[in-house]
Design a protein around this ligand. Structure first.
Ligand code: AMP
Length: 281
């Protein structure tokens, strides 16, 4: 396993691999790795010759300074975990490598149609930072395959649209959400939960599952209201619960079995934003 901190050495190594016609799989992460991240690496290993994982806590996608400061950082453990699953290349750049002062990384694509609700609404500026960092990382790594999690559903749809917009020669694979035994979606932020909060948290996945079971019987609006009620019965703070079209990300008024819809939610427990979603149709 090789570890690069500089863009030039990474670029040189990967261009040698490309010359040997090797396919390159790329998994961008912010570290504090868990089985959800590792499942993406495992998928990359199955589908490509070389698996590259980046660990970079991207400051431009944090809309709150305190959240950036508190974000868990476990680089030594991450390196061990990545080695264990057979990662070929780790890229751990400093901020100045991703955002050098002499390169203009401004994004000239208007993606506001995809960010008007959900994370886009509740975290102003977040997706500008995500698009900027993913575009920059793709320009450095030039992977043939990109692996992202369904966990960040809006982000995955946005990046798929970005790839189409810039006609980037990379295919995006979106992997299912990896969950704890009790259903809680794995997240680096789960370490911030108190034992009591951790005990309550599985209600999010449970509610999403129950919503899916009720799809044939109720409208999206009725199911949204029902889900919000489940959370408010436990006095939980909800940023949003939306049932949206899987491609346009717009809330839907009725279910169409021919088109994919997704229920997406963020519930706050112990001040931690817990993000989860489920495909409904
Ligand atoms: P992050 O480090 O949180 O930026 O996540 C890096 C990648 O891992 C993103 O594509 C996430 O969607 C994905 N990911 C995070 N949590 C999970 C999970 N529980 N299951 C599957 N993928 C995940």
């Amino acid at each position: 396993m090789l570890l690069f901190k500089q863009a030039e050495s990474l670029r040189k190594h990967l261009s040698q691999q490309r010359q040997k016609a090797r396919s390159i799989g790329f998994v961008p992460t912010m570290g504090a790795l868990h089985q959800g991240h590792l499942s993406l690496v495992q998928q990359s290993k199955e589908l490509t010759d070389i698996s590259v994982v980046s660990i970079f806590v991207n400051p431009t996608q944090f809309n709150e300074e305190a959240d950036l400061f508190a974000y868990p950082r476990t680089p030594e453990k991450d390196i061990l975990k990545l080695k264990k699953v057979g990662t070929d290349v780790i890229f751990m750049p400093e901020k100045s490598v991703i955002y050098p002062s002499d390169i203009d990384l401004t994004i000239d694509w208007d993606f506001s149609h995809l960010t008007q609700n959900m994370e886009g609404k509740f975290r102003p500026g977040h997706f500008e930072g995500v698009v900027m960092v993913v575009k920059r990382l793709l320009d450095l790594v030039h992977p043939t395959h990109l692996f992202m999690g369904q966990k960040d559903f809006q982000q995955a749809v946005l990046i798929q649209n970005m790839i189409q917009h810039y006609q980037l020669p990379v295919s995006l694979a979106i992997s299912p959400i990896v969950r704890e035994k009790d259903g809680l979606a794995m997240s680096s932020r789960n370490v911030h939960l108190t034992p009591i909060g951790r005990g309550i948290a599985p209600i999010i996945a449970k509610t999403l599952k129950s919503v899916k079971e009720r799809v044939g019987m109720h409208t999206p609006l009725a199911l949204k209201q029902w889900a919000l009620e489940q959370f408010s019965n436990l006095n939980l703070e909800v940023d949003y619960f939306e049932i949206v079209h899987a491609q346009t990300l717009k809330p839907i008024a009725a279910f169409n079995p021919e088109e994919r819809s997704v229920a997406c939610t963020v519930v706050r427990i112990d001040g931690v934003r817990l993000l989860d979603n489920i495909y409904l149709t």
